[in-house]
Design a protein around this ligand. Structure first.
Ligand SMILES: Nc1ncnc2c1ncn2[C@@H]1O[C@H](COP(=O)(O)OP(=O)(O)OP(=O)(O)O)[C@@H](O)[C@H]1O
Ligand SMILES: [Mg+2]
Length: 398
């Protein structure tokens, strides 16, 4: 059903009833016609129901047409209503005055029906177009403002996040540097005290080969510990190493060739499940390999520990290379070494968090691995199955 739009309203203002009637007759068919005999009466009508167009006589009692037009053009609410002067005054300067006051047209009586209808139609059309344009501009401005606000909010939140990440990183680095100094100090002290004790014994002529052989193992253990700490930290930020594209299975093969013997030695079965159709990933290959080695070493340790507790335990590592979702691929290392205590789960990626006996683990493996993966726009995720095993997923875009 086509909805008929309501008729537009025309207000005719003239003090001569015959003139009002003539004009009204010409327009009534197409418009809703309102009439007023003078300025004050017209103002009442305009305030009560603003018309779409006004036909205005000039010479009227109380308030002439010029004055009324001036009042309307000053008023924010009514200044957009088109005013057409319809008057017997045909002087050029009267017309000029009327148009200067803001009227859109000027008709001299007597006016033919065709002219009045044509002018009214034209000015109503212009008014409609103008209002349509104004609405469009308003709408566009509103949309633009909305987009701008969203953009600003997005930029602000991105900036806040970047600042948070940055300050978090700085804090983590500071924390790590302090702890690192502490961690290295301990074995250094042991080495220093051992060597000093040798000097002391030597001065007294009491340094024996047995004593030295006994202490050498302590020295070696502590040197090893320092070199492990340094090894871990060395993998952090190698500006000289380039990001390149490589296949996950190729790096996995390299990493396994480095540690396969250790796995065999502990009787650990390695199962591989590789989706060969996946695209290459982008990262620094040596650093990615370090992440793999860290995870494999953790699994090997957990499995070795469990094996030493339960004689008939059959240790297994399942390694899967598969699609994680539409935009990411994943290399998962899953073991049946008992998993991680739920209480420790939330600290697992913290630097220096370790459950290994004092002197055995640095607690840096996972935290550094995770940082590396984040650097490559990937992630390192833990899927823990307490009592059963742990699964670490290396995720990368691809
Ligand atoms: N596969 C796993 N199964 C059970 N626990 C794990 C496993 N991987 C990691 N963990 C737990 O997470 C802790 C932190 O691991 P991370 O690799 O960061 O340090 P670490 O292995 O203790 O020390 P390092 O890497 O220097 O040997 C470990 O001490 C262990 O408790
Ligand atoms: Mg480790």
């Amino acid at each position: 059903m086509i909805q008929e739009s309501p008729k537009e309203k025309i207000l005719i203002i003239d003090d001569i009833p015959a003139s009002v009637k003539t004009l009204a007759n010409k327009l009534e068919e197409d418009y809703l016609v309102l009439t007023a005999a003078n300025g004050p009466e017209a103002l009442d009508i305009i305030h009560a129901e603003p018309p779409d167009l006004i036909l205005l006589d000039i010479m009227m009692p109380f308030m002439d047409g010029y004055e009324l037009c001036r009042l309307l053009k000053q008023d924010e609410k009514f200044h957009n209503i088109p005013v057409i002067f319809v008057t017997a005054r045909a002087e050029e300067e009267d017309q000029a005055k009327g148009l200067a006051l803001g009227a859109v047209d000027y008709l001299v009586k007597p006016v033919s029906a065709a002219i009045v209808k044509a002018r009214v139609r034209t000015h109503l059309e212009l008014k409609r177009h103008r209002e349509h344009l104004e609405r469009m501009v308003e709408e566009r401005t509103r949309e633009l403002n909305k987009a701008l606000t969203l953009l600003q909010a997005k930029k602000e939140s991105e900036f806040r996040r970047a600042a948070e990440v940055h300050s978090g990183r700085m804090a983590a680095l500071g924390e790590m540097a302090t702890s690192m100094a502490h961690e290295i100090n301990q074995p250094l002290n042991v080495i220093s005290i051992t060597v000093q004790s040798w000097q002391l014994l030597n001065r007294r002529g009491a340094l024996t080969t047995e004593k030295m052989l006994h202490d050498v193992q302590t020295l070696l253990d502590n040197v090893n510990r320092i070199s492990r700490l340094i090894d871990h930290v060395r993998t952090l930020g190698h500006p000289s190493q380039e990001i390149c594209g490589f296949y996950l299975q190729d790096v996995l093969k390299d990493a396994l060739s480095l540690c396969r013997m250790q796995f065999l030695h502990h009787g650990i079965t390695i199962n591989l499940d590789i989706d060969e159709s996946l695209p290459p990933v982008r990262a620094v290959q040596a650093e990615f390999e370090q992440v793999l080695l860290n995870l494999l070493s953790n699994s090997r340790y957990a499995l070795g520990e469990k094996k030493s507790r339960e004689g008939n335990f059959e240790p297994v590592v399942n390694i899967r290379i598969c699609r994680k979702d539409k935009d990411r691929v994943c290399l998962a290392i899953e073991d049946n070494g008992g998993g991680i205590d739920p209480l420790a789960e939330e600290n697992i990626f913290d630097p220096f968090f370790t459950t290994k006996p004092p002197g055995q683990g640095t607690g840096l493996g996972l935290s550094i691995s995770r940082q590396l993966m984040l650097k490559f726009k990937g992630d390192l995720l833990l899927i823990n199955n307490p009592g059963q095993g742990a699964c670490f997923e290396i995720v990368l875009p691809g």
